[in-house]
Design a protein around this ligand. Structure first.
Ligand code: AMP
Ligand code: TRP
Length: 330
């Protein structure tokens, strides 16, 4: 059976972008793939974060995973820091990627630009190394992610090529990023030229927002002048983003969504239909999330996942240790 792996960083409140670009996709793989989904808590330390906030975000993500329909009989849900092989493989792989390639990563450039040059963490710089370890430990064939993570998966592919060539055998499986056909990059509602990210309270729809707040945010989303509902990200980024959200949640193409709205010439009416669609999906999702959010369920899920993930990861780690010449003994 082919394998799929992905994860989300518990760095803040999850957004509709996380939901459409990643979370909602994960369960699509659990029937046909051996599915691994984790909480990238070590990655959350790459920028300063309050410990209590990190812990509560971590629990939230487990409950969100369950609420999105991930079934622990089909999907291994685990915590990155529970499987020490991630850190161990990281310290091997860090020698196989170059400073030049890491410094060209868009996410690193964006995040480090906001920091004082002298205070850019080594972990932030080396972020893609740990991400490569996450993927390669599970011999994953596919990695479902939003568009912003594609570059990191590409770098993992370069690493696989380099490593396999150097040791002259198929040590690692070549992974492939898969992004959703519609919704791989959801934009901010307050500035639709920017990505919706966890740090923009005005432009974000948070998965934990009250339904009336979600409706308000959509109704006041920035749009352009004009009145036609047309997909044109350059000239009409706000309308295009709302069309994208509607199409993604309806599992239809952007063209189909556009046809559906061809007779509507009022943005207000269009926004109301988009808000209805979002709430139709998010309200029951929030109810399921609340039901799963208790320490017993969270701990039980993580304990089961930890055992399963460790088995697979440790096996790969031993193979890699042997490959590079570390002395493996009983
Ligand atoms: P992060 O919040 O950076 O851990 O992202 C978790 C997953 O959500 C990754 O696969 C991202 O690519 C995806 N994601 C984050 N923001 C967006 C967005 N605005 N649109 C689509 N996908 C996103
Ligand atoms: N870097 C991803 C993000 O910021 C999270 C992540 C960490 C991940 N390791 C991964 C995603 C491995 C897929 C596979 O969204």
């Amino acid at each position: 059976m082919k394998r799929s792996i992905s994860g989300i960083k518990p760095t803040g409140n999850l957004t509709l972008g996380n939901y459409i670009g990643a979370l909602r996709e994960f369960k699509k793989y659990q029937d046909e793939y051996e599915n691994y989904v984790f909480i990238a808590d070590l990655h959350a330390l790459t920028l300063p974060i309050d410990p209590a906030f990190l812990r509560s975000n971590t629990k939230d993500i487990v409950a969100f995973y369950l609420a999105s329909g991930l079934d622990i009989n089909k999907t291994t849900i685990f915590l990155q820091s529970d499987v020490s092989a991630h850190s161990e493989l990281n310290s091997i792989l860090i020698n196989y990627l170059y400073m030049g390639e890491l410094s060209r990563m868009t996410q690193f450039k964006d995040k480090s630009a906001k920091l004082n040059h002298e205070a850019i963490g080594v972990g932030l710089f080396a972020y893609p190394v740990l991400m490569a370890a996450d993927i390669l430990l599970y011999n994953a064939d596919v990695v479902p992610v939003g568009e912003d993570q594609q570059q990191h998966v590409e770098l993992t592919r370069d690493l696989v090529h380099r490593f396999n060539t150097r040791y002259n055998k198929e040590v690692f499986v070549m992974p492939k990023a898969i992004t959703p056909k519609v919704g791989a990059r959801i934009m901010s509602l307050s500035d639709p030229t920017k990505k919706m990210s966890k740090s923009d309270p005005k432009g974000d729809i948070f998965l934990k927002d009250e339904p009336n707040i979600i409706r308000k945010k959509i109704m006041s989303a920035v749009t352009d002048t004009g009145s036609d509902i047309i997909y044109d990200p350059v000239n009409k980024p706000g309308i295009s983003n709302l069309l994208q959200i509607y199409a993604a949640l309806s599992d239809i193409s952007i063209e189909e969504a556009q046809t559906k709205f061809k007779d509507i010439h009022q943005y207000g009416e269009f926004k109301k239909i988009v808000a209805d669609k979002v709430l139709e999906e998010i309200i029951p999702f929030q109810e399921r999330y609340k039901a799963f959010l208790n320490n017993n369920t969270i701990n039980e899920v993580l304990n089961i996942g930890k055992e399963r993930a460790r088995k697979v990861a440790n096996k790969t780690l031993t193979k890699i240790k042997k490959t590079v010449g570390l002395y493996v003994h009983e």
